[in-house]
Design a protein around this ligand. Sequence first.
Ligand code: BV8
Ligand code: ZN
Length: 257
Amino acid sequence: MKFSDDLLIALLRAKRIVVFTGAGMSAESGIPTFRDTQSGLWEQYDPYVMASPKGYLADKALVWGWYEWRRMQVLHAKPHAGHIAIADLSGHVERLTLITQNVDDLHERAGSKNVIHLHGSLHQPRCFDCGSPYTFFDEIPDEPSGDQRKEPPICVNCNGSIRPGVVWFGESIQDTDWNFAEQAAMECDLLFSIGTSSLVWPAAQLPERAVLHGARVIQINPGPTALDNKAHYNFRGKAGEVLPAMLEALSTFLNSF
Ligand code: BV8
Ligand code: ZN
């Protein structure tokens, strides 16, 4: 894969970089994205319905079982070379802000710090009724639990039901997270948009905010997306391949002086 000198110079010159990731960032760690067809029990259910308050209230055991199945997958997954490349890059830049739509902790496990989880986290469940945080006590089973319905735990404070700590469709992103992410997108010199179809709002606005404020946008995605005609550089490839190759090209470029 070829990286132009002007891209490598822009990378070297950038003082503030935003890395914005979507579900495709976790694909090479074996975590299916929303658009991958669901498997097993979940195949017959629409993820956009299961990922909503209405879906949860309509069938708590189905939705809690889905999130527990996804959480087990994440606990058994490992960060890949792309996650590690992002963590490495942050060591060479004045300020790198990592904003993810993903609810897994793979960026953190690769060494990234202060990750902004716009859509929350699988690892921070809370009570649907009173909002109290809930702590998982389970041992990590050897095998991810199968695709099965599971009654959610009960809140010790109000007897309400525990829900996943994610932002569902129809729910608002935390103001503090959104304001910080929007600010970072408007102030950066360079924004990477990696593994997202750029269809989920308002997150999809971030790369456009960056372009409007004069930043260069680099997109990494094996497929076409709604950002294609706005990004300055489009790399049709996988995050786990393009990112390490880009860092490699950068260090070769630096050593050539
Ligand atoms: C809100 C947590 C205000 C849950 C998620 C304006 C216009 C249109 C619609 C709306 C709008 N405003 C609001 C909406 C509705 C809605 C929305 O955007 N709907 C979409 C479907 C059109 N938005 C909301 O509801 C948001 N809230 O706006 O609040 C409000 C308040 C009250 C009432 C109304 C409005 C909240 C959205 C947050 C939803 N929660 N996640 C969970 O995970 O279970 S979003 C969820 O979907 C994930 O976070 C994921 O990132 C995202 C998209 O799913 P995917 O398709 O899987 O992922 P992605 O799009 O990132 O695509 C995968 C990409 O990876 C592909 O492009 C693929 O090519 C690429 N890829 C594959 N392999 C690789 C790869 N790339 C690189 N390397 C690889 N190896
Ligand atoms: Zn409660």
